[in-house]
Design a protein around this ligand. Structure first.
Ligand code: SIN
Ligand code: FE2
Length: 219
């Protein structure tokens, strides 16, 4: 089998159900990734990545930014969604149409039609950066799923259940993979192991992850 066949086999792998209401869509965004990446880079020019402080006084190893009507921010006073980027006090950049469309197609394929995210958190991981186990629970609308797009270096994604006591499973996420979790898994604990070093053809020594969320506009 030549390399070309091998790449296609990966992209066409059947979705992996990872928990009730949660699915890993292998290579879902791989073909469109260069255009998606260009859209992300233009967002980041307007709202640069930054390392936020946690309420516990730590600096996060993952650098973050946002696009969409609302953005997730963390500071000494807690976690929240904000309509403005705190340092500039400007609205977050609009969610690029190609990113919104991708998220909607992935949600629909995972069994969640009519997904209308109003927030997209952009995470950048460099080697060693990690995200400890947590639930995404700052959103008001828990009926909608989370849609997560991975670009760049591969990562080990941990995905458990809504109970912290359950040991999470490990999944390797590669460039172009999309994970969707909702319904009974909407509040599942998840995290990312420390990123291993490597070099990605499009992104170099980094991984970007975008999570699309329905916050509900009342924040
Ligand atoms: C997140 O939980 O916000 C990001 C998950 C990931 O980077 O894969
Ligand atoms: Fe999360």
């Amino acid at each position: 089998m030549d390399l070309f066949d091998d790449l296609h086999l990966q992209a066409d792998a059947a979705p992996t159900p990872i928990a009730p209401g949660a699915v890993l869509l292998h290579g879902f965004a791989r073909d469109g990734a260069p255009a998606l990446l260009q859209a992300v880079e233009s967002v980041l020019q307007q709202a640069p990545l930054r390392h936020l402080q946690t309420p516990g006084g730590y600096t996060m190893s993952v650098a973050m930014s946002n696009c969409g009507a609302l953005g997730w921010v963390s500071s000494a006073s807690g976690y929240r969604y904000s309509a403005c980027d705190p340092p500039s006090n400007q609205p977050w950049p609009a969610m690029p149409a190609c990113l919104l469309e991708l998220a909607q197609r992935a949600a629909s394929q995972a069994g969640y039609p009519l997904f209308a995210p109003d927030a997209c958190l952009i995470n950048e991981y460099v080697p060693g950066a990690k995200l400890s186990l947590h639930q995404d629970k700052d959103e008001l609308d828990l009926r909608a799923p989370i849609v997560s797009l991975s670009l760049g270096l591969p990562a080990v994604f941990l995905f458990g259940t809504p109970s912290r006591k359950d040991r999470p499973q490990r999944y390797r996420l590669v460039h172009g993979d999309v994970v969707v979790w909702g319904g009974p898994s909407r509040l599942a604990y998840h995290g990312v192991n420390a990123l291993a070093d490597g070099e990605h053809a499009l992104l170099g020594r980094r991984r970007l992850n975008l999570t699309f969320r329905c916050v509900g506009l009342k924040q």
